[in-house]
Design a protein around this ligand. Structure first.
Ligand code: GAR
Length: 262
């Protein structure tokens, strides 16, 4: 049975769908904790009501303490290593801004790692967790890119519309199709290998609220399905290289879905 940890920031409806999936055996697993980056995440109350242990790592407070000089980076944080590996910012970002970001996130992530460690989880699911994890966390919790164990759900058909408002971005752009994506985490923002996607038509005249509601309902089915594929050992990340007609090559880690074991 898979030991699942969840990180949330908001209402926790995906978390609820995952807990339901474990209870009704669509997922061969159990959610052993729900952690949040802010104490007011409504999903914390939902988790506790379902008997799931919770904790908070107050990112806002940690970021403020770092800015005020009241907190420093973890001892094992290497700025150059994190800067080289991260793919959250382009070369145009002010190095001082990037440093502030990476230091404050490493401080928060060190606290997360301390709280997560005792649970000995197999899989960490980000369920509406509105913080990006940096190389500091990823290297310590999920160091092998070919055997990743952090999943995220994103409210758009990646690679379109990464970021904080996938459904809003899809709707404002005038897309005719919307959807959601479950993927493994890598060093970029919503760039990791894709596990599953669901799409639906956007009806003419449909509101953003309807789009969000439809999308969320698809998320509640897609996320448990992808977690169960992980539980069954059906997800294989492969490094693939394609030679393009131009002579250039395209390299990408992709997920192959293996047949279910008998
Ligand atoms: C979901 O739509 C999820 O896809 C999105 O936040 C919502 C959380 O809802 N996640 C992201 O945007 C991550 N970048 P929930 O708290 O009710 O599960």
């Amino acid at each position: 049975m898979l030991r699942i940890g969840a990180l949330i920031s908001g209402s926790g409806t995906n978390l609820t769908a995952i807990i339901d999936g474990c209870e009704n055996r669509r997922i061969d697993g159990a959610v052993v904790f729900a952690g949040a980056d802010n104490p007011s995440a409504a999903g914390l109350t939902k988790a506790r009501a379902r008997g799931v242990e919770t904790f908070v790592v107050d990112y806002r407070r940690i970021i403020d303490e770092i800015s005020a000089g009241a907190l420093t980076a973890p001892e094992d944080f290497l700025l150059e290593d994190a800067t080289t590996k991260q793919r959250l910012f382009s070369g145009r970002t002010d190095p001082a801004d990037m440093r502030r970001f990476l230091v404050s996130r490493a401080a928060a992530e060190a606290r997360l790692l301390d709280l997560i460690r005792p649970y000995s989880i197999d899989l960490l699911v980000l369920a509406g967790f509105m913080r990006t994890l940096t190389p500091y966390f990823i290297d310590r919790f999920s160091p092998d890119p070919l055997n990743p164990r952090i999943m995220n759900i994103h409210p758009a058909l990646l690679p379109a519309f990464p970021g904080v408002d996938g459904y809003g971005d899809t709707w404002r752009y005038g897309c005719k199709v919307a959807g959601c994506t479950v993927h493994f985490i890598d060093y970029g923002e919503d760039t990791g290998p894709i596990i599953g996607q669901r799409a639906f038509d956007i009806d003419e005249g449909s509101s953003i609220e309807v789009l969000r509601e439809k999308g969320l309902q698809m998320e509640w089915a897609l996320y448990p399905h992808c977690i169960q594929l992980f539980a069954e050992g059906q997800l294989k990340v492969e490094e693939t290289v394609f030679r393009l007609p131009s002579g250039k090559s395209y390299r990408r880690k992709r997920v192959r879905i293996l047949p279910k074991k008998a």
